[in-house]
Design a binder for this molecule. Structure first.
Ligand code: SF4
Length: 360
């Protein structure tokens, strides 16, 4: 239930937002498709990086119909470099689902939006709140931080109990007369003012209501239960040329980068130099009966950090005399056509070197 304090906070928040909000293309729209695309892009991406992707994506796929009709490869190409590629695959699947279930029209019921692939409670709330002004609280990472500090809430934000509690707090603060405006103001306050490190609380519109600020304990919130351990992976990529053709494959496994392209590669449990690598069964199977190998080590130990994984990659350029059974399963492309394929950023580091953009 909305009490006096909630109304005062929401009022201060709304005034601050009107004066400080960033002008972003998706903010000026109530089109649920536009809001959906922007929210999915911004889930794991900073606004500065996401803006260009958003503009290009909307230009090529301006609505549900155009996205549903596209090839997955093309959708991934437009997502290339953004990471978390399941977001793009899920959007593509959800657009097709909307064609089948809703005649290509974006549904307006919260439950229908939530039922679409890749749309969780947060995104569904953002879509129905921003597009139709429905009173669903939007609780993203920024909002968790604002709420945790505002109420000096000790419950960790990353477990089920915390999620329920913070949702209830957000619902209590919600100004049901202006849900879209209120939600956007909360998110923007977290993004611009109540930042993770050293927020300038002296100029915050909510400072008189903020318990963490009053206690001098802003840095202690939000509380997190655990940090998942990260694991190291060691990848050895082979840029294999055979009769002028380059070998590629599409990642199909339930692993990172599903649907993107890469070079033939071997993963080892620990770091391995070439001498040891070539004595592994995987290497021998891959290059068995391929004739004389012309091998040039090109980049070694390239570190690439993902959520919960740290990759260490080494790249070799290899010329082979003939194909064998193992390599026959790979795509053979003309190297000049490489830009037609979507690659993870790690592979682009090597491609940039090949194009002469990186020093040795
Ligand atoms: S006073 Fe500081 S900690 Fe509290 S909401 Fe404002 S910026 Fe965040």
């Amino acid at each position: 239930m909305i009490n006096g304090k909630s109304l005062a906070i929401s009022d201060l928040l709304g005034k601050w937002y009107d004066q400080n909000r960033r002008l972003l293309p998706w903010r000026e729209s109530t089109d649920p498709y536009i809001i959906w695309v922007s929210e999915i892009i911004l889930q794991q991406t900073r606004v500065a990086q996401g803006l260009d992707y958003f503009n290009r994506f909307i230009c090529r796929f301006p609505n549900v119909v155009s996205l549903a009709a596209a090839d997955e490869d093309e959708v991934l190409k437009y997502w290339e470099g953004l990471g978390y590629y399941s977001r793009a695959r899920n959007m593509h699947a959800a657009a097709k689902e909307m064609m089948d279930r809703f005649d290509g029209v974006f549904p307006s019921r919260y439950e229908d939006v939530l039922s679409l692939k890749g749309i969780g409670e947060y995104t569904a709330a953002a879509i129905v709140s921003f597009a139709w002004n429905k009173p669903y609280p939007v609780v993203d990472g920024n909002v968790y931080r604002v709420l945790a500090r505002l109420f000096a809430e000790e419950t960790p934000i990353d477990n089920l109990k915390g999620k329920k509690l913070f949702y209830a707090l957000a619902a209590e603060l919600m100004n049901s007369r202006y849900p879209a405006h209120h939600n956007q103001a909360m998110m923007e306050l977290g993004a611009l003012q109540c930042v993770p490190r050293n927020p300038d609380c002296g100029i915050c519109p909510l400072k008189d209501h903020c318990v963490a600020f009053a206690l001098g304990k802003v840095d202690l919130y939000p509380v997190k239960q655990s940090l998942k351990k990260s694991r190291n992976r060691y990848l050895h990529y082979f840029y294999i040329i055979h009769h002028g053709k380059l070998l590629l494959s599409r990642r199909e496994k339930q692993d990172i980068w599903k649907g993107l392209y890469e070079f033939p590669n071997i993963e080892t449990k620990e770091q391995m130099d070439f001498e040891n690598l070539q004595s592994t069964t995987d290497f021998q199977r891959m290059f068995d009966d391929t004739g004389r190998l012309d091998i040039i080590p090109e980049l070694s130990n390239v570190k690439h950090v993902l959520t919960h994984q740290v990759l260490f990659a080494t790249f070799y350029k290899i010329q082979i005399e003939r194909m064998n059974e193992a390599l026959q399963h790979y795509l053979q492309i003309i190297p000049e056509n490489i830009d037609l394929y979507a690659f993870p950023r790690l592979i682009h580091i090597y491609l940039d070197k090949l194009k002469g953009n990186l020093p040795d």
